[in-house]
Design a protein around this ligand. Sequence first.
Ligand SMILES: Nc1nc2c(ncn2[C@@H]2O[C@H](COP(=O)(O)OP(=O)(O)OP(=O)(O)O)[C@@H](O)[C@H]2O)c(=O)[nH]1
Ligand SMILES: [K+]
Ligand SMILES: [Mg+2]
Length: 445
Amino acid sequence: MVHADETTDTIFALSSGAPPSGIAVIRLSGPRVRFGLEKISGSVPPPRRAVLRAFRDPADGGLIDRGLLIFFEGPASATGEDMAELHLHGGRAVVAAMLRAFGSLDGLRLAQAGDFTRRAFENGKLDLTEVEGIADLIDAETEAQRRQALRQADGGLAVLVEGWRSRLLHARAMIEAELDFSDEEDVPGSVADSIWSDMGDLADEVRGHLVGAHFGERLRSGFEVALVGPPNAGKSSLLNALSRRDVAIVTDIPGTTRDSLEVHLDLGGYPVTLVDTAGLREGADVIEAEGIRRARQRAEHADLVLWLTETGEPAPADLRSQRRPVWAVQTKRDLVREGWVNPSEVEHSISVRSGEGLDDLIRSIGAFLAEQAPTTPSIVTRERQRRCLEDFLAALDIGVKGDHLPLELRAEHLREAGDILGILSGRIGVEDVLGVIFASFCVGK
Ligand SMILES: Nc1nc2c(ncn2[C@@H]2O[C@H](COP(=O)(O)OP(=O)(O)OP(=O)(O)O)[C@@H](O)[C@H]2O)c(=O)[nH]1
Ligand SMILES: [K+]
Ligand SMILES: [Mg+2]
């Protein structure tokens, strides 16, 4: 897994945001960090102490900037290698000159996306689920996302997996011992019985963590709320009102929206993808019919469907037949006409024009999402993690429930289960997964 050419290089990159900014942070990692610091700032400061230094161009000694310098001595650093941080003035030219100066030094190169985190992973500072947590922490846009990502970056899943792995190793060792002894005819009793009951408990524990997996994955990627209803119901108007932008075209012509359109919102700390769809009606032209097909499809995959009509009538049966809830929402409350359902009788009644009912609707959606949250926070947040744990359970269950199988075969399934945990934490066989995960990072992380 360790590539000699990559780890012998010393990497550097701008780790703070795009200049100009108040301060820019350039990070370095690798065996030639000391050499780089000597060339640029004259000497290597004592580890973990911020010192004020002049940074000079190694070519002509010209002053580039003055700023803070911190040296971290490996292996007690984020990557496990020697590292340094330079805090500079965050001007474009300052940053460019500094990067150019480091690039002119032998054995130093600009880092690629995710290089620093990759080294931390390869040097055993992080397991793969922690790496995934860090990626999510950087991407987190809402409070609930931040908390979930931090739990994972902090080793929430990694610690569990490590515990499961050692229980599995213990079980396998006991079974190996039993297999060895069973050659001798007169060994009494069987240790394996207690082992299998512990493995059964382990399976239940993992199953428990999978219960919240769907919520965890949705919290990471966003919950989908679909706006569905007949033409002119006011779907696009509601999308615009909730996102406080003119995202969708609104006209009094039925069939204005022909394709699905989405916006990302923060509703009560939860990430929500709000989807506007084409109005559902019979006898539409080819383009509109395709839009209607997509609308139904989006509704099928949504976590919540809002059925918008001017009358507040319930949604058609086929929309309500699926598992996720469908709320009937009466629109244009400001226009409520005689003979129509009294707004006090429908659950949600709104007017985009007057603003009535909008806050209530937002609150209800937030409360609905909060209700979905499992009582213990979900620790599984990605499809990759969930699939690993499902495969793990499948292998473990064959072992646990296989009293009719020879002990060797049951033990073999435990070995397989252990390998799957290794894939989950990134210990084995994951080169292809690694490429994808690290490429999703920014340069300098
Ligand atoms: N009075 C009033 N008019 C509204 C309200 N909401 C929407 N409208 C009007 O209703 C008409 C249709 O609104 P849209 O948001 O385009 O409706 P839609 O459901 O997206 O329509 P399609 O995309 O054609 O299916 C527009 O003329 C809006 O201005 C409201 O709360 N009160
Ligand atoms: K319309
Ligand atoms: Mg529309």
